[in-house]
Design a binder for this molecule. Structure first.
Ligand code: S3P
Length: 344
């Protein structure tokens, strides 16, 4: 019964969303709530919202502001973007939107020239923002309100929201306990560190696909690559994933950086559980792996170039495979775990 209010996903803030990833997944239009989603209630466009809009425009998105607030407030925010130098040829706004009514979500898509499956909504309230997006059939992203201090009528709503969110979390948690959490991402993105920490915190088992392969073959990954070749290693990954699909439950599974490359593996990963992509910049990976000798694909004099090339080839594959993407650069282990927990 409460499912209609459940967001498709949650994020800490509108400023901590993998927009490039959304674009790569095919999204072209973003509908934003304004108050407490982009700025504090009633505030003008600030530096970070202006920067965000510039970035979104550069990426190729269209954006529509959809607010239940009055014309003066919405126009003031929009004018702030204009004054800040945002090219607003693909920015629209709708005031007095009467969310959760579907009418203006549809109008927003019409203005942006997008369809339901290419539009994403971002807002901070469940009963208006998210519910309206869900009713319209578009992806809804719930963010935490920017300002914790709110008016009394909102405070009461937030209490009801809490009840829905507890149910949402419980439902997801129950599902996860019957399944597995899988970490994917490039070499050196922290899969092992995060995986081990998660397994400890949640009381889940921990499985490292590479280790399992090494044990089964009684050979190191390096030797498997040099003696039998990469294709053989990839077949071992597939074989091991098949075994896990049959046997694994309630485990944190760390994959190798290349595991999602094969189509067959991607299907197996989907069956295996809830896939989280740890997204790390090439710079961080290069720094972490500069002295590493265990990854055969990076034992080249031009290691930096190899990282850039491989990442470029793989980024979209990771992105598409994952239910949740967590940007890890500059974040502590606890912060990363927090983000994963937010969204299960
Ligand atoms: C590989 C990543 C490695 C390991 C092998 C191949 C890849 O795992 O499976 O060296 O193709 O990216 P990590 O991501 O754990 O380093």
């Amino acid at each position: 019964m409460l499912e209609g209010f459940y967001p498709s996903a949650r994020a800490r803030s509108s400023y901590d969303i993998d927009y490039e990833g959304l674009y790569e997944q095919g999204y072209r239009g973003i509908i934003y709530d304004i108050d407490n989603t982009l700025v504090e209630h009633g505030a003008d466009a600030d530096e970070r919202s202006i920067e965000l809009f510039k970035d979104l425009m550069n990426m190729g998105f269209s954006v529509c502001l959809l607010s239940n607030n009055k014309r003066e407030r919405v126009k003031r925010f929009y004018d702030g973007l204009v004054d800040g130098g945002v090219n607003v040829s693909r920015v629209y706004y709708i005031y007095d939107a009467k969310k959760p009514s579907r009418k203006n979500y549809r109008l927003a898509m019409k203005l942006m020239g997008t369809k339901r499956r290419t539009t994403c909504f971002i807002g901070d309230q469940l009963f208006t923002d998210v519910y309206g997006a869900n009713r319209t059939g578009i992806r809804s992203l719930l963010v935490k309100p920017i300002n914790k201090k709110e008016e009394i009528q909102i405070v009461l709503k937030r209490k009801l929201e809490k009840v829905v969110l507890i149910n949402y979390k419980n439902d997801r948690w129950m599902r996860l306990k019957q399944s597995n959490l899988i970490l994917i991402g490039f070499m050196g993105s922290g899969k092992t560190t995060i995986g081990q920490a998660l397994s400890k915190q949640w009381g889940f088992g921990y499985i490292d696909l590479d280790e399992l392969i090494e044990e089964q073959e009684n050979m190191s990954i390096r030797d498997i690559f040099s003696k039998k070749g990469e294709e053989y290693f990839r077949s071992l990954e597939t074989k091991t994933l098949k075994l896990l699909v049959r046997t694994s439950k309630r485990n944190i599974i760390c994959t190798g950086g290349g595991t999602p490359l094969r189509d067959e593996n991607r299907k197996l990963l989907k069956r295996l559980g809830y896939v989280v992509y740890l997204k790390t910049s090439p710079k961080t990976v290069i720094e972490r792996l500069k002295d590493d000798t265990s990854r055969p694909l990076l034992q080249r004099p031009d290691k930096e170039k190899a990282v850039h090339e491989l990442m470029e080839q793989r980024r979209k594959i990771y992105q598409k495979q994952a239910y949740l993407t967590v940007i890890t650069d500059g974040k502590t282990i606890d912060e990363i775990i927090d983000e994963i927990e937010q969204d299960i």
